[in-house]
Design a protein around this ligand. Structure first.
Ligand code: F6R
Length: 242
């Protein structure tokens, strides 16, 4: 594991973007796994800047997002589809057909999950997966559980996740209770993984994930088993690390 402890969120965003840009330059047809949420926003902004300055291009890049809320349409301002378009895809030269996000409105959710997984496999698998981490240690929407879930699946969100994510919604009642998410196997099959965490609310999850026992009760702890893991935390998120 390569651990980088940086000063603050801005430095984390710059460092993360630099690493993605280097990966992209060495493989212009890279398959990226992407997160939503507050953590990667700065990294997306930095990557957009680099694109505008002509330093990188996404024209042959393929992306797979980690997750999507069940029941939110592509137009819904809180859907991850909208999030990705508003915050990243619409500002770069990526081809729309090369961007993939699970369909939260699929009539047959199980089929959607199977097909999503097939599509990842057909693209040759994920080369570089970028992850945030929940306050409870979730990655994607793999919530603390008694076992590690396998491939893309439907999940009931933990109360703490509903609470944490309600900051993006008008009211907590509007936060969907279910989501579609890549599973732990989908994530662990990625060739490289980069985990990002910022702020003191993440300090305990980061401590457990990197230095605690490997347990599905803290899903991110499984990342200790990955052979090519980069972790970038700012000083607050890394405050409890030894
Ligand atoms: C989002 C995702 C989640 C977030 C996590 C942290 O696609 O997969 O695991 O990365 O909930 O969210 P933020 O960055 O908002 O703290």
């Amino acid at each position: 594991m390569e651990l980088l402890i940086v000063k603050d969120y801005d430095e984390l965003s710059r460092k993360a973007a630099e690493i993605v840009a280097d990966e992209l330059k060495s493989n212009p047809r890279i398959v990226l796994g992407l997160p939503t949420g507050a953590t990667p926003l700065g990294m997306y902004r930095e990557l957009i800047e680099m694109y505008k300055e002509g330093k990188i291009s996404f024209k042959d890049v393929i992306t797979f997002n980690l997750d999507e809320y069940e029941g939110l349409s592509k137009e819904d301002p809180n859907s991850y589809y909208r999030f990705m378009n508003d915050n990243f895809f619409s500002h770069i030269d990526i081809k729309e057909e090369n961007t993939n996000i699970p369909d939260g409105m699929a009539v047959d959710i199980e089929r959607e999950c199977r097909e999503y997984e097939d599509k990842i496999a057909k693209s040759g698998g994920i080369d570089f997966m970028i992850l945030g981490i929940g306050n409870n240690g979730h990655i994607g929407f793999n919530e603390p559980a008694e076992f590690f879930p396998g491939f893309t699946h439907r999940v009931k969100l933990a109360e703490s996740t509903i609470q944490a994510n309600s900051r993006f919604f008008d009211s907590i009642d509007h936060v969907p209770r279910y989501a579609l998410t890549m599973g732990i196997k989908s994530i662990m099959h990625s060739k490289k993984i980069m985990l990002l965490a910022s702020g003191k609310a993440k300090a305990e999850a980061i401590k457990g994930a990197l230095q605690g026992p490997i347990t599905p009760k803290l899903p991110a702890s499984v990342l200790q088993l990955h052979r090519h893991l980069i972790v970038i935390v700012d000083e607050e998120a890394g405050a409890l690390l030894e």
